[in-house]
Design a protein around this ligand. Structure first.
Ligand code: UD1
Length: 363
């Protein structure tokens, strides 16, 4: 696993310089930290490691060729601990990834989802406000569009969340919008992700969920490497060309580039703005299986089973608003996502388990 330190690219002078990343050890968060380190930001991470591992930090630092400023293992609902982080660092802006995100689990544990996702966000807002930090990039989700129907969805699509996870993201957006309305010193950029997938091209960072994966791409990768026997395809009776559900997969590297670009645009003005982050192209479950089979050079065994509760037939982004506003465009396709996810899986057949920890991180 050889990686060269990435070429350092200067950030615009108007952009914040010290960024607190909540959930910075997670799938998207870890890639975002590398993207920010590569662009000259100071990065402070808080993460409770409920679905991540501290082993990821030494890998981030190996890719970026520099250190994360500080890492705090804490739950953002722990208000005194979070406040102490803001006391210790002069934070300019926050990128807030920390949340639970398993749709099925959210239907079984709604109270926990509201507590962690909504309560975590209000605790973060309180700490930010108390410390004079008013710039936030928020991880939202396309899931709040619910079963909005056929065709690309723009940001004006009526919101209709179908599960507590999606509803928790919608509640956070409403809170953030109201805060921005009442407190003009706040600037919030909400990014509604469609389906981030893939991995860092080095093979050092990728998606390594704790336990059995819920999401399609990491599950397929684990079938390909032999950790899972067969994929279950949840339904082939959807009103789609091949009967399987369609999603808009976006390379995690494109996803995190958009976050870095968002930081550059926090200075555009106060208030809240909402953008879809997607590729604008749908792929069915069978198309993902075919693309991954091509990437790994072997067939992915699967069985078609019943639909998964809470799933919708199709979710594809109309992502033109972010392209117009920031001239940001994704550049990596499904083949690249599968190639990079497979590269990570091959180099890390058991995920991050067993790799070196960053000195000083807790067990
Ligand atoms: C969901 C959320 C999304 C969230 C993401 C994070 C919705 C509509 N979307 O994405 O906002 O960011 O979780 O976890 O709530 N599939 C299989 N077999 C599997 C796994 C998945 O067939 O083993 C199918 C699913 O039925 C779905 C597609 O693959 O059609 C993608 O599923 P998944 O990767 O779990 O993402 P979403 O459910 O779309």
């Amino acid at each position: 696993m050889n990686t060269r330190p990435a070429e350092r690219v200067a950030k615009p002078t108007s952009a914040p310089s010290t960024v607190l990343v909540t959930g910075g050890a997670g799938f998207i968060g870890s890639h975002a930290c590398v993207e920010l380190l590569d662009h000259g930001y100071e990065v402070i991470v808080v993460d409770d490691h409920s679905n991540s591992t501290p082993q990821v930090f030494s890998r981030m630092e190996r890719i970026a060729g520099r250190f994360v400023g500080a890492v705090y293992e804490l739950d953002i609902r722990d208000r005194p601990a979070l406040s102490a982080v803001f006391d210790r660092h002069s934070v300019d802006a926050v990128v807030h990834f920390a949340a639970h995100k398993a749709v099925g689990e959210s239907t079984r544990m709604p109270i926990d989802y509201y507590d962690i996702n909504v309560g975590g966000t209000t605790a973060l807002l309180s700490a930010m406000h108390a410390h004079g930090v008013h710039q936030l990039v928020f991880s939202s989700s396309c899931s709040l569009y619910g079963d909005a129907g056929h065709g690309p969805l723009d940001e004006a699509t009526p919101v209709a969340p179908t599960n507590p996870y999606a509803n928790s993201k919608w509640l956070c957006e409403q809170i953030l919008s109201d805060v921005c309305h009442r407190r003009p010193d706040f600037t919030v950029l909400c990014l509604r992700y469609f389906n981030p997938a893939g991995a860092h091209p080095s093979g050092l960072l990728g998606e390594d969920p704790c336990g059995t994966p819920d999401n399609l791409m990491p599950y397929v990768a684990q079938v390909a490497i032999g950790r899972q026997e067969r994929l279950r395809v949840f339904g082939d009776d959807y009103p789609t060309p091949d009967g399987t559900a369609i999603r808009d997969y976006l390379h995690v590297m494109d996803t995190v580039e958009a976050h870095r670009v968002a930081l550059d645009h926090l200075a555009d003005g106060p208030g809240m703005r909402v953008f879809n982050l997607g590729a604008g192209k749908g792929s069915s479950v069978l198309e993902v299986i075919a693309a991954f089979s091509a990437a790994c050079g072997r067939p992915i065994p699967y069985d078609v089973v019943g639909r998964r509760s809470g799933d919708v037939p199709e979710l594809v982004a109309d992502a033109r608003a972010v392209a117009r506003a920031w001239d940001w465009h994704p550049t990596r396709d499904l083949a690249a996502m599968c190639r990079d996810a497979w590269h990570f899986q091959q180099l890390n057949p058991h995920g991050y388990a067993g790799s070196a920890r960053r000195p000083g991180t807790k067990e």
